[in-house]
Design a binder for this molecule. Structure first.
Ligand code: ZN
Length: 128
């Protein structure tokens, strides 16, 4: 017997793949989308330090794994839940890129500057 969704007044059941989450697919996706919005706001508010960036990346990768399992486990997803799942997956991808940018902006560009003389040497050597 499947558990009931923890979302207030929802009568849907929780598929085995979401047992740890405690939500039906639709409410799991809506909750995850809201969590992603929070993180997006955090990246807009300022730069991320390495510790917070690592926390967010861990969150994104574990959520992406759960999404992939949900999508491929054979659980019956409602027609309106499928596009929502794809949309949230895209949100995770975009958020991962945003976090990488927010973290990279904080670092000095010394490695790029250090690479330039080598690139110049390589390109001039290849032109001979
Ligand atoms: Zn629900």
């Amino acid at each position: 017997m499947s558990a009931a969704c923890q979302y207030p007044l929802c009568r849907n059941t929780v598929p085995p793949v979401l047992e740890r989450e405690g939500f039906c697919p639709l409410h799991f996706l809506k909750r995850l989308d809201a969590q992603c919005s929070e993180i997006r706001r955090e990246t807009l508010a300022g730069r991320l330090d390495d510790r917070r960036s690592a926390e967010i990346n861990e969150f994104l990768s574990t959520r992406a794994a759960v999404l992939a399992r949900l999508a491929t486990c054979g659980a019956r997803l409602r027609d309106d839940t499928r596009p929502c799942l794809l949309s949230v997956f895209l949100t995770l991808i975009n958020l991962g890129e945003r976090v990488a940018r927010a973290t990279a902006e904080e670092r000095p560009e010394v490695p790029l500057v250090a690479m330039r003389p080598r690139l110049v040497a390589q390109s001039s050597a290849s032109m001979k």
